[in-house]
Design a protein around this ligand. Structure first.
Ligand code: CO
Length: 140
């Protein structure tokens, strides 16, 4: 059911410091400006790779869900992986039918790429928080 790997989400206490790593150490020359997603409590910045993205996420506001992750991983680290799916509602229903736990109400939210996303609880996913996103229009 899943399609392309769209991005790997990396939580960081400082997008600015992480950008330094990806730009100056790893040598990536295509990194977006940061922008805020207040409803999701994150600052976001994309590191563009030839085949996928790294999504840098930094807490935005006191209620950010990233604070808990950074409390356990103070330097940051891999937070989630995101796969594209052709139909987000069908994907949600299929996940539930297979016993996966869809976070929140299960209603897709608009994610950092401007398309609907859902998240699957890591406890039934081998410890990996999985994001499923509708394939962006015109992406492939
Ligand atoms: Co993501």
């Amino acid at each position: 059911m899943i399609g392309k790997l769209n991005h790997v989400g990396i939580a960081t206490p400082s997008i600015d410091e992480s950008v330094t790593l990806y730009r100056d150490v790893l040598g990536c020359d295509s990194i977006t400006e940061r922008f805020a997603l207040p409803e999701q409590g994150v600052w976001v910045c994309f590191v563009n790779l030839p085949n996928a993205q790294i999504e840098l996420i930094e807490p935005y506001g006191d209620d950010s869900p990233i604070h808990g992750f950074l409390a356990k991983n103070p330097k940051g680290g891999q937070h989630h992986v995101c796969f594209e799916v052709p139909d987000i509602l069908a994907a949600r229903d299929e996940m539930r039918a297979k016993g996966a736990i869809v976070l929140g109400t299960g209603e897709p939210r608009i994610g950092a790429h401007g398309v609907p996303v859902i998240f699957i609880h890591p406890k039934n996913m081998g410890g990996v928080l999985v994001e499923l996103m509708a394939t962006p229009v015109g992406a492939h």
